[in-house]
Design a protein around this ligand. Structure first.
Ligand code: NAP
Length: 236
């Protein structure tokens, strides 16, 4: 029995990964707000203190079984609010950090806690972004969170070296994809996101990959012998 646990598997890349893993014979569980699928569990990452007990309870049930392989994808993310720091609503700032950083770390650490002792092959991938490495005006929260998560994954990879049954920890950069996140980017006002025309051009010139194309690459990496702690671009 193979298990896949995904955050943000309701749509976009997370959903495409979930569907591929189901075809590969995994039992899939995804956590999201809309929770539209048979394998969905409703959780809101913008309120970490409220989502944590529900997350733990779900993981506890799954960890009661012995699995032959465990794949974890930390994928849920949000760009909002886009715009200069001077204009951002503080509560929206808090929600963004909660979704992109605090809850993402809680998700990964809770999964590791619950499954650390299982002796099967275990891979945990955090879906990162080029924004972890490059500063985009208007995306200060998203860029910071992605950079911080990359550091978290690298650091936990070092910790896992001393575990008897370690997780392989990976940062995966998916490249640009035609999802709701890209629609939101293109609908930004230039004052909030000065690079908006570049992203509109990328869509119009057919540069965006489909989530299915990217998911094939992500699943290939999950099944590979990639070194723990590394950052891998799906399309390099
Ligand atoms: N699209 C791109 O070009 C691009 C480029 C580089 C990196 N990425 C990264 O790739 C990953 C997938 O992005 P995507 O383009 O597929 O985005 P998307 O279509 O906007 O999907 C985002 C996912 O995150 C979930 N989510 C958002 N807010 C949440 C919350 N408060 N609580 C729980 N779940 C929440 C959404 O589910 P609900 O709405 O149902 O809650 C959805 O399943 C993200 O980590 C993103 O940063 C995307």
């Amino acid at each position: 029995m193979k298990l896949a646990i995904i955050s943000g598997g309701s749509k976009g890349l997370g959903h495409a990964i979930a569907e591929k893993l189901i075809v590969d014979g995994y039992q899939v569980v995804e956590f999201s707000r809309s929770a539209p699928h048979a394998y969905s569990v409703k959780l809101d990452f913008s309120a970490p203190d409220l989502m944590l007990p529900a997350l733990s309870a779900n993981l506890e049930t799954l960890a009661a079984k012995q699995w032959d392989e465990i794949v974890v994808v930390s994928n849920a993310a949000s760009l909002s609010p886009i715009g200069p720091t001077s204009k951002k609503n503080s509560m929206a700032v808090l929600a963004n950090i909660n979704i992109n950083f605090t809850s993402a770390i809680l998700f990964m650490s809770e999964v590791i806690k619950h499954f650390q002792s299982q002796p099967c092959r275990k891979v945990l991938a955090s879906i990162s972004s080029g924004a972890a490495l490059k500063a985009y005006s208007g995306w200060s929260l998203y860029c910071s969170a992605k950079a911080g998560l990359e550091s978290y994954v690298r650091t936990v990879a070092v910790e896992q070296e001393s575990e008897t049954s370690p997780f392989v920890m990976l940062n995966i950069d998916p490249g640009v994809m035609d999802t709701d996140m890209q629609s939101l980017i293109r609908s930004s006002h230039k004052d909030d996101f000065p690079a908006v025309d570049y992203f509109i051009h990328r869509k119009e010139s057919g540069e965006l990959r489909t989530p299915d194309q990217v998911a094939i690459g992500v699943v290939k990496i999950l099944h590979s012998d990639a070194t723990s702690g590394t950052r891998i671009a799906v399309f390099s």
